[in-house]
Design a protein around this ligand. Structure first.
Ligand SMILES: [Zn+2]
Length: 330
């Protein structure tokens, strides 16, 4: 697939393809934006366009040996660095420095893609910074991150930023339909998956599984019924939450639901995010009042941050849900 077929990121696409066309590529690019909106895909398509000997109008041909090598991640001038156990370590930066110290083998430049760059630990980030400060004409870095504010300012200042946006529902349906046409998906409900995805392809793929969709609907039903219910209900729900297969999706659902309720509480027109069938429940939940909702959102964010440092998720969810049970409508 060439760069032109990347869907939902038109501004980024135009900038990247113009760089390829002019052969003017900065030493470091930083792709930022939510998870699952095509940052990694864009990076590979960009590398493909840069290295294709048959390229035209800033894009790859998509089928020459070089393009195929990039698609299969076997291109000799491309190195991919990804976190190991949620960290990018100094050893990986040393490997990368070794990789760029050699001249390109087949193309005009060597390219390094660093996935989840915000997971560089401090020592690794410092080492990378030194490399970025002494750019090679034949080397480019592409950093990908959905939490780029965690990167050191010194690293950020060395990168040209490319903001990626959440994908619109119809775009997600279009991408899924393309995958289905290629035989990668069976008969699945594309619209429902897109409606629940909140603009992320990763979540859309999660919701293609009917069981996942059912589980989430049920979970949000139970969550919205917490105020005034029993402590047992809170404990059961905490048990379920802590056993969820995808905490990213779970936190996204809770955040979205609280956001929706907050809009109702402040009498703002409900958002278009509107996950199927939630409006009534969010409107009822909004009756708890703005202050309690704000407190819940704070607590949820703290819980989400804690999850990254391995707190006991079940206990934390229990505390969070029990507090909601005893919250009384104003
Ligand atoms: Zn090609």
């Amino acid at each position: 697939m060439p760069l032109i077929d990347l869907l939902g990121q038109d501004l980024v696409k135009v900038r990247l393809s113009s760089m390829v066309e002019k052969s003017r590529v900065p030493p470091a690019l930083l792709f930022v934006g939510p998870q699952g909106v095509g940052k990694a895909m864009a990076a590979f398509l960009f590398v493909q366009a840069l290295s294709c000997p048959e390229r035209q109008k800033g894009d790859a041909c998509g089928h020459c040996p070089s393009c195929i090598q990039v698609q299969r991640q076997l291109y000799p001038d491309l190195l991919i660095v990804e976190p190991e156990k949620r960290q990018i370590k100094i050893e990986q930066i040393r490997e990368l420095q070794d990789f760029i110290s050699f001249a390109p083998i087949v193309g005009e430049r060597r390219i390094v893609i660093i996935k989840e760059a915000h997971l560089l630990n401090q020592v690794a980030a410092n080492a990378l910074l030194k490399t970025l400060e002494e750019p090679f004409a034949t080397v480019s870095f592409i950093l990908l991150s959905h939490r780029h504010s965690l990167l050191p300012a010194t690293v950020l200042s060395r990168c040209l930023m490319f903001p990626f946006v959440s994908l619109a529902g119809p775009t997600i349906v279009q991408i899924l339909a393309r995958q289905r046409a290629a035989g990668e998906l069976g008969e699945v409900d594309l619209e429902a998956a897109a409606a629940w995805s909140g603009g992320s392809m990763e979540r859309a793929l999660f919701f293609l599984d009917e069981e996942n969709l059912r589980w989430c609907r049920n979970f949000i039903d139970n969550f919205s019924g917490l105020p005034g219910s029993s402590l047992g209900a809170a404990l059961d729900l905490a048990q379920e939450a802590s056993q969820s297969d995808s905490s990213e999706v779970l936190f996204f659902l809770l955040r979205s639901f609280l956001h929706e309720a907050m809009l109702y509480a402040q009498e703002v027109e409900a958002s278009t995010l509107c996950l199927s069938g939630w409006s009534d429940k969010a409107a009822a939940f909004a009756g708890l009042g703005v202050q309690p909702l704000l407190a819940m959102r704070q607590q949820l964010l703290a819980l989400e941050r804690g999850q990254a440092v391995n707190i006991n998720l079940k206990l934390a969810f229990e505390a969070f849900f029990m507090k909601i049970v005893v919250t009384v409508a104003v």
